[in-house]
Design a protein around this ligand. Structure first.
Ligand SMILES: Nc1ncnc2c1ncn2[C@@H]1O[C@H](COP(=O)(O)OP(=O)(O)OP(=O)(O)O)[C@@H](O)[C@H]1O
Length: 241
């Protein structure tokens, strides 16, 4: 696809003896938000981990900005411009918010203007700057994990279920922040079960089931088609609101 920033073609992933991803192919268009949907255990997290090189693709090609990355080590994939917010958020509970942010800024001191923008995007980052990250609420930790991923400009951000376990008001705040991030030219690949968030943010969507891509297209089309949702995911996405 000409305007794709990331493309997976025929990707297979094995975890030990288990064959988890089967011929996964989809494209993430430049500058938009691509949703990766599917039931629990469908293979969404494994797909993100395979893109980051945390699991090695046993077959297939992953192309980022025209360059194959499937054989690279994770730090090299990160350096190429991909950030990853894992489901467990990957923050250091014993360190302060400031220290967590400092560790994420790998190329040197903070860009103060960018940090000010992030504090506007996620106010708890500024409010709890000197507090241990472990004392934050679930929503604040999730904000910190996304803030760490964007402290330096990245071309692509992979985010695994940022709404998981959060109250509706916090989900709305997270959705608004990701929308603003999207407006800054950052391409996002987002694993999400919350339909309000998926339909508010998604431009394109890929749906997985049993380690395979079972649907790819426009998010608005899937959002408007309850019977397609039912067919693809076994239940209407609306129940996840
Ligand atoms: N470390 C592992 N060892 C063995 N099997 C694994 C491992 N990690 C994931 N799997 C299996 O791979 C399949 C896909 O899991 P994955 O976590 O990618 O799904 P998911 O779509 O992200 O679901 P969820 O939303 O529940 O995290 C599942 O059957 C899971 O049991």
């Amino acid at each position: 696809m000409a305007d794709a920033l990331l493309t997976l073609e025929g990707v297979h992933t094995h975890i030990g003896p288990y064959h988890i991803l089967h011929e996964v192919s989809f494209a993430v268009p430049r500058g938009g938000v691509t949703m990766l949907l599917g039931r629990n255990g469908a293979g969404k997290s494994t797909t993100l981990r395979t893109i980051m090189g945390l699991w090695k693709a046993s077959l297939g090609t992953i192309t980022f900005d025209g360059r194959p990355i499937q054989g690279l080590a994770t730090p090299d994939i990160a350096r190429a411009g991909i950030a990853y917010v894992p489901e467990n958020m990957g923050i250091f509970a014993d360190l302060t918010v400031a220290e967590n942010m400092r560790l994420a800024a790998t190329s040197g001191p903070f860009d103060e203007k960018r940090l000010a923008w992030i504090k506007e995007l996620f106010p708890p980052i500024g409010t709890f700057w000197d507090k241990a990250a472990g004392t934050l609420s679930g929503g604040q930790k999730q904000m910190l994990s996304v803030a760490r991923a964007i402290i330096e400009p990245r071309r692509l951000i992979l985010i695994d279920e940022p709404s998981k376990g959060l109250a509706p008001a916090i989900i709305a705040a997270m959705t608004a922040a990701l929308k603003e991030l999207k407006d800054t030219d950052t391409t996002i690949l987002l694993v999400e079960q919350n339909f309000a968030m998926a339909s508010a943010l998604g431009d394109t969507v890929a749906v997985m089931d049993d380690g395979r891509i079972v649907h790819a297209g426009a998010m608005a089309e899937l959002a408007a088609d309850a019977s397609l949702q039912e067919k693809l995911m076994g239940l209407s996405l609306e129940v996840h609101q």
